[in-house]
Design a protein around this ligand. Structure first.
Ligand code: NAD
Ligand code: MG
Length: 423
């Protein structure tokens, strides 16, 4: 096709923490990549009209966006329509029901026909012929259908949405094998493991996931029981969306990452270990059969793993800061406390079981996190609630996608019931 030196990227969840970091990476690649151009072809925000418009306006003012290296500099400052994304999606239909929102979209130079509403529009974007790469950056199970659609369409998928693999890792891997696409991790731990494996050309014996320990790494159980949403949202090393920030505080994030690693790298749960590394510089490690352990290090900045998922196998300059070893620094590793962080054992258990376990635990956790953020349950109820809901369900070893979605709905309802939060 024409203009193939421009890579069309669909970023779903563009207004979020990963989404905005991805836009920054794309703009930087356009300035620095001599071999190709990058275009944000499609973008989505759930109901955040202002957030998405701000991104559209930034790109519309960027002369390098959407042009190939050959075009660049030839027509500087020309008002190229390729700078504006071809497709904008608001997955929440209510978001843009006000006439003022539509007016604002019009003023930003957007053609109304290019703006789509509702969750189905995410799926349409994910499988659109024009899309070369899908960045799956929606939070939670809401990202599942679009990610699966992109895998089915054989796209390159840069996966931030770990919940997709937690809910349906087995099915996604089967679809990937059938359709010949690629699933590249954005999650920093999995990117680190991917980089170590790719550079050693060997099968791993063990994956060692590092965890910062979150805001409650050295907190007592009673302090955790009394934690407010504000305490739990204050992550020491990473700036992230609210759901993953709470997951980091309970260490359910590491549990989800154990499950993600199990499917992504086709290892068994007993080949995975977790170690606490408070500085978040070593993003994870891989042990090989000869006992050699490789690690990947970089400052805690998601733009590095996002960019690698886009440009792999190429490495290019990245806007993330560099490590400075001229300054004294300390990198420490300590064992994880399974007693204060019961999420870890739950993660290993779900990774071992497969089947319907991931969908149930994920749904229960999503609802429990919302209830905690709304101050309806205590912090130390989140993980026990997820376990309780898991234990209430009848395990099935090889569910279909529609069965998993059914169980997701059931587990959400069950979580509200067992915490006394039915509206
Ligand atoms: P965020 O809350 O900052 O952004 C979430 C995005 O999803 C927003 O664009 C929002 O509009 C959209 N969204 C929310 N609910 C939706 C729904 N029901 N339907 C469609 N879209 C919806 O979240 P984030 O921190 O960017 O995380 C996104 C994903 O990336 C998560 O799965 C998270 O686990 C993963 N991740 C994030 C980080 C990080 O540093 N933030 C690191 C590793 C992995
Ligand atoms: Mg991570």
């Amino acid at each position: 096709p024409q203009n193939r030196s421009v890579t069309n990227v669909a970023v779903l969840g563009t207004t979020g923490s990963i989404g905005t970091a991805t836009v920054d990476v794309l703009q930087n690649l356009n300035r620095l990549d001599p071999q190709s151009g990058w275009r944000l072809w499609a973008a989505s925000g759930h109901r955040n009209v202002d957030g998405l418009l701000e991104i559209v306006e930034t790109l519309a003012a960027d002369p390098d966006h959407g042009s190939s290296p050959i075009d660049r500099g030839v027509t500087p400052g020309c008002n190229d329509s390729r700078r504006i994304p071809e497709r904008l999606v608001f997955s929440d239909r209510q978001a843009v029901s006000e006439p003022s929102a539509l007016d604002r979209l019009g003023r930003a130079g957007l053609d109304r026909s290019n703006v789509r509403f509702g969750p189905d529009a995410l799926v349409d974007v994910a499988r659109a012929d024009e899309v070369d790469v899908l960045v799956a950056a929606i939070v939670g199970r809401a990202g599942l259908e679009s990610t699966v659609a992109a895998v089915e369409a054989g796209k390159r998928v840069a996966l931030a949405n770990k919940e997709t693999l937690v809910v349906a890792g087995d099915l996604v891997q089967k679809k990937l094998a059938q359709n010949g696409g690629a699933l590249l991790p954005v999650d920093s731990e999995h990117s680190a493991i991917f980089q170590c494996i790719a550079s050693s050309h060997a099968k791993p014996r063990k994956l060692i996931l590092t965890a910062s320990g979150g805001p409650f790494r050295s907190a007592s159980k009673s302090a955790m029981a009394a934690a407010t949403p504000k305490d739990a949202l204050a992550h020491p090393t990473w700036q992230m969306g609210p759901k993953i920030s709470i997951d980091s505080a309970t260490m359910m994030n590491k549990a989800l990452e154990i499950i993600e690693a199990r499917w992504l790298f086709d290892v068994s749960s007993d080949q995975i270990e977790v170690v606490i590394h408070p500085q978040s510089i070593i993003h994870s490690m891989v042990e090989f059969v000869d006992g050699s352990v490789l690690s990947q290090m970089s400052p805690p900045d998601m733009r590095m793993p996002i960019q690698y998922a886009l440009t792999y196998p190429r490495r290019l300059p990245c806007p993330a800061p560099e490590l400075d070893f001229r300054q004294p620094s300390e990198l420490t590793l300590e064992p994880a406390d399974l007693d204060r962080f019961p999420a870890l054992a739950l993660g290993f258990e779900v990774a071992r079981c497969g089947g319907t376990a991931g969908a149930v635990v994920n749904a229960a956790n999503e609802v429990a996190v919302e209830l905690f953020l709304d101050e309806k349950i205590r912090f130390d109820q989140i993980v026990p609630t997820a376990r309780k809901v898991l234990e209430c369900h009848t395990f099935e070893p090889s569910p279909t996608l529609s069965r998993l979605l059914e169980l997701d709905r059931w587990a959400r309802q069950e979580t509200r019931l067992c915490t006394g939060n039915v509206d």
